[in-house]
Design a protein around this ligand. Structure first.
Ligand SMILES: *Cc1c(COP(=O)(O)O)cnc(C)c1O
Length: 412
């Protein structure tokens, strides 16, 4: 990954991601934050952490935000604090980063999967319904469903807002209500993404819909720290309180441990850096949306050979990634790579086919949509500072492969 993070001032190629430029632009302010932290030596907790938590809950429109060590911590703590217990089953999608599965397992539950929608790549609510109604049996006592795969009660659903676009939350929330499931949003790629709830007739931001949501501030995310960081948002004060305990060894006050917890705190320097960058997030997200619109326009002439991202009318995506699809994916990547244009695959191996999840007993063919798209997806360069000439270069290079006669149309 380091190789593709470099500066872009040559017209040689286009990096997949440029993390250097935004940090150079903010260098003076970033150094000032470090100096402030040094002057007090308040490295853990304190006003920088509290300031960021307040600012980020405000940004999302959530009542509470609790800063933690990573997005994986955030997911694990959110599940545990919301009430997922050892012996439960938690349903999510196989088209995600492994942290979603790890957090479910580490909360003591077993991950089970449902397939995604072929156009949005996010959880297909119809598949969730099919799973709950045909793979599970009713538990008359709790009103919940018992998975026939594992014999476990299904207590939570984790929709992943992948690539910066929210899952269809009305439909998922309706299923969750019917079968008494907790909803924990994996919002690790969706800072600022919005969803129009047809039910409530208003736009809602990622991190405000489920019982709790997890954000990652890994450097390459839309809001990234200069190191590891994450946060849980929730409307529920009790959940927020439990996450605060879980991140700090189960303490209610110093050396009074009501339960065992973790060392999962967000440090002060990262908090200060995140507060600074948060001021730019709306602008950066707008730039990402502009880049996406530009790609759509540039790629229009070859849109019959590539499947472009689909943004339903109820979605305002923040394009953490710009993902297109083609059956010639590997040839396309090789062609772009040979011309120094960086690409990625998010993700090449669905979770149910990972070695780590052999034990879950899924096989090839279980989730045909996820499996098909995993062979066809490719992520093109996408970041706020991506320039029009760079996007033109990416599209020209793609169109060379598609057919030279199209190049003229693309550059005109
Ligand atoms: C990045 C990411 C995570 C994990 O976040 P970390 O901060 O790396 O622990 C979880 N889920 C998804 C979908 C992610 O993209």
């Amino acid at each position: 990954m380091n190789g593709s993070n470099g500066n872009h001032n040559s017209d040689q190629g286009v990096p997949f991601l440029d993390l250097v430029t935004p940090h150079q632009e903010l260098e003076g302010e970033l150094v000032a934050i470090f100096r402030t932290a040094l002057s007090t030596a308040g490295f853990i907790g304190g006003p920088m952490l509290e300031g960021f938590e307040k600012a980020f809950s405000g940004f999302c429109g959530a009542a509470h935000c609790v800063g933690v060590g990573s997005g994986t911590d955030a997911l694990r703590f959110a599940l545990m604090a919301a009430g997922v217990q050892a012996g439960d089953a938690v349903v999510t999608v196989p088209n995600t980063f492994i942290a979603t599965g790890e957090a479910i397992s580490q909360s003591g539950a077993l991950p089970e999967f449902v397939d995604v929608d072929e156009r949005t790549y996010n959880m297909d609510p119809a598949k969730l319904q099919e799973y709950l109604e045909t793979v599970c049996d009713p538990d008359p006592e709790s009103g919940r469903r018992i998975s026939r795969r594992s014999g476990r009660p299904v207590t939570a659903v984790v929709p992943v807002h992948l690539y910066g676009q929210m899952a269809d939350m009305d439909a998922i929330a309706e299923m969750a209500e019917r079968y008494h499931l907790l909803v924990i949003e994996d919002a690790c790629q969706a800072h600022g993404a919005q969803y129009f709830s047809r039910k409530d007739q208003r736009w809602k931001k990622a991190g405000t819909i489920g019982q709790a949501a997890a954000f990652s501030f890994y450097p390459g995310k839309n809001l990234g720290a200069c190191g590891e960081a994450g946060a849980v948002t929730t409307q529920d004060g009790e959940i927020a309180k439990k996450v605060r305990m879980l991140r700090d060894h189960g303490q209610v006050e110093k050396y009074y441990h009501d339960m065992e917890g973790y060392n999962g705190r967000l440090d002060a320097i990262q908090s200060g850096i995140l507060s600074l960058k948060l001021k730019y997030l709306d602008g950066w997200n707008s730039q990402r949306r502009e880049c996406a619109a530009q790609y759509e326009q540039l790629l229009a002439p070859i849109a019959d050979t590539l499947v472009l991202p689909f943004e339903p009318s109820w979605s305002r995506a923040v394009y953490h990634l710009y993902v297109v699809r083609t059956q010639e994916r590997d040839a396309l990547r090789a062609h772009l790579g040979a011309r120094n244009i960086g690409t990625g695959i998010h993700y090449p191996i669905p979770l149910h086919l990972q070695k780590a999840y052999d034990k879950l007993g899924y096989a090839e063919g279980c989730f045909p949509v996820t499996e098909k798209v995993s062979r066809e997806i490719v992520s093109l360069p996408m970041y706020p500072q991506l320039r029009l000439d760079q996007q033109q270069k990416v599209v020209e290079t793609i169109s060379q492969l598609v057919g030279s006669k199209l190049s003229a149309a693309l550059t005109s």
